[in-house]
Design a protein around this ligand. Structure first.
Ligand code: ADP
Length: 264
């Protein structure tokens, strides 16, 4: 309880009047607010040096290519990828504070959903060469959505599918049209999730805590971001999972106009 104001006491020193405001802040909420402020502050501080680093790496990469130095070129390529990864994490944190402030801007345009998936899978085969990611999206559906934000959602889901599948190597991306909605699923053959954890999975900072997941790094914000982005698109997201067999993350998005298909 946080009180701000003036208390008045009687002759026996007992308070009889209080003028001011009393704010109830639970410990948990307070801890969350503090964590959020801290993360936002650190993320802002890291953004500038990281983008400078990214620029320098690109310069060196170009130089290595000019000098035909393939060894330096390949190492610098890897450094560049790691810098990109870190930038992604930092942006994730900054997105959270935008969500908290209720101002995640959507920049919607019309595009073929299959194009987005193709582009992501192409990039992903380089990032996760051990996994086989199959694209089963055949419908030439056009949606009206924020391309970059949906890319973020799919990248998060794919990233998790890879991260939480230490043995399962198969990942399938499928889509289906149900009425006015496009249903997309990302299926893995990984660890699976306990029913008791499923309920909390899309909460901010939630991470499953067991001996399998302990060694896997993460901050518990990816799925929270996914659910907020999908919610802003007036869609929904959920998971079907079984321990030991794998998980399927499913989301639905409104189709712009079901008659507006791209020509084959
Ligand atoms: P992070 O992966 O950074 O912890 P997320 O918000 O992306 O954060 O995921 C929250 C939690 O949900 C993870 O810690 C993990 O335990 C669980 N999880 C997410 N995706 C999967 C998946 N494909 N298979 C099994 N568990 C998953």
């Amino acid at each position: 309880l946080r009180a701000k104001g003036q208390a008045y006491f009687d002759n026996e020193d007992k308070p009889y009047r209080f003028i001011g405001s009393v704010l109830e802040v639970t410990d948990k909420k307070q801890e969350e607010l503090r964590k959020n402020d801290f993360i936002t502050m650190v993320s802002h501080e890291l953004k500038t040096p990281l983008s400078a680093l990214s620029g320098y790496v690109q310069m060196l990469h170009l130089q290595a290519a000019k000098n035909m130095d393939t060894f330096a070129g390949s190492i610098l390529g890897k450094v560049g990828q790691q810098v990109k990864k870190m930038t992604g994490i930092i942006n994730g944190f900054l997105n959270i504070s935008q969500i908290e402030a209720g101002k995640i801007p959507l920049n919607k345009r019309k595009f073929a959903f299959a194009d987005l998936v193709n582009e992501i899978i192409e990039a992903y085969t380089i990032i996760a060469p051990d996994h086989s990611i199959t694209n089963h999206i055949y419908e030439p559906i056009i949606i009206h959505a924020d391309y970059d934000r949906l890319e973020q959602v799919l990248l998060n889901l794919l990233n998790n599918a890879v991260k939480y599948s230490p043995n399962g190597k198969k990942i399938d991306i499928t889509s289906k049209v149900t009425g006015e909605m496009l249903r997309v699923s990302v299926k893995d053959e990984g660890l699976g999730i306990e029913p008791s954890d499923v309920k909390k999975l899309f909460d901010r900072f939630f991470r499953v805590d067991n001996h399998h997941t302990k060694a896997i790094p993460g901050f518990g914000i990816g799925l929270y971001l996914c659910s907020e982005i999908i919610r802003l698109h007036e869609g929904r997201i959920w998971v079907e999972s079984e321990i030991g067999s794998g998980s399927t993350f499913i989301f639905e998005l409104p189709i712009m106009d079901s008659t507006e298909y791209l020509p084959k």
